[in-house]
Design a protein around this ligand. Structure first.
Ligand code: PMM
Length: 273
């Protein structure tokens, strides 16, 4: 059971989980290096918040935030992904050393994105998406959510192939919390094996998200960050057992520990003193 851990480095003033703590590039770089020391295989750097209700960020401001961080982390030897919906930011970040483009809109937001990434050597994460965060739940209407996510992701994989990105360079992500409310997210996770069965590598992001908090407390706001991190470590193990390629988390240390324990269980590792 191998599953990569992607550590989140949000360089935004309004990220719900970092609270702007890592706005300054130096702090973000230090945070990324710490996540790497905790066992993150990939560092995902983003400069535009996608929390529900968030407004868009100008690509120039986005690049001012992320490029110094991408450059420093790549120079330190980390595998860096750039979390962006803008082709210009994706290209600038790849030039600065990023090896993966993580587009939460699956290439739908910027019509230039797929052809831009095609011309680089970078891999691309195509996430399931039905619209911007400013109106996050407008598209949260489904008859059969797992089938609809599979069909819509498949069409994004086809669009990427048509633009010149081979399926081997593609990672799909069901987009937990994106155009999905509460129990809809659990329905997707319950059907995760069907998304793994699509073929491409799968990335999953549940970390600290509201649907987890609401499962812990009827008023999700009452579930602390620590409790959300523990819940995230559990979903990460369950996802790894379902065959996902990677999990995107804030608390890398907790998820790495949880995956070690699950691995020992799976392999029947014995205590050797
Ligand atoms: N979630 C967020 C941002 N980027 N990217 C991928 N591929 N998958 C996700 O689930 C995802 C993402 C929102 O979470 P954050 O604001 O805590 O980073």
């Amino acid at each position: 059971m191998t599953c990569l851990v992607m550590g989140i480095v949000n360089v935004t003033p309004d990220s719900f989980s970092d609270g702007g703590l890592f706005l300054a590039a130096d702090a973000a770089i230090a945070h990324g290096l710490a996540l790497r020391a905790h066992g993150a295989a990939i560092l995902d750097v983003g400069g535009e918040s996608t929390r529900p209700g968030a407004d868009r960020v100008d690509p120039e401001l986005e690049q001012e935030r992320v490029l110094p961080v991408v450059t420093a982390l790549a120079e330190a030897g980390a595998t860096v992904s750039i979390d962006t919906m803008n082709a210009s930011t994706a290209l600038a970040a790849v030039a600065a050393g990023a090896r993966i483009v993580n587009d939460v809109s699956g290439g739908l937001s910027d019509p230039e994105m797929l052809s831009a990434v095609a011309g680089t050597g970078a891999d691309i994460v195509l996430q399931h998406w039905r619209g911007y965060s400013s109106d996050m739940y407008a598209g949260a209407v489904y008859d059969d959510i797992v089938t609809e996510v599979v069909v819509e992701l498949s069409s994004r994989v086809e669009a990427a192939a048509a633009a010149g990105i081979a399926p081997s360079r593609v990672v799909v992500d069901p987009g937990i919390g994106f155009g999905k409310k509460g129990a809809q997210n659990w329905a997707v996770l319950h059907g995760l094996s069907r998304i793994v069965g699509m073929g491409p590598r799968v990335l999953l992001g549940t970390s600290r998200k509201r649907f987890l908090a609401e499962t812990l407390e009827p008023d999700g706001d009452e579930a602390s960050v620590d409790r959300r991190d523990l819940a995230t470590a559990v979903t990460s193990v369950l996802a790894a057992r379902t065959g996902v390629w990677g999990v995107r988390v804030h608390d890398v240390a907790a998820t790495v520990d949880a995956l070690k324990v699950a691995d020992a269980w799976e392999s029947g590792a014995r205590w050797t003193s």
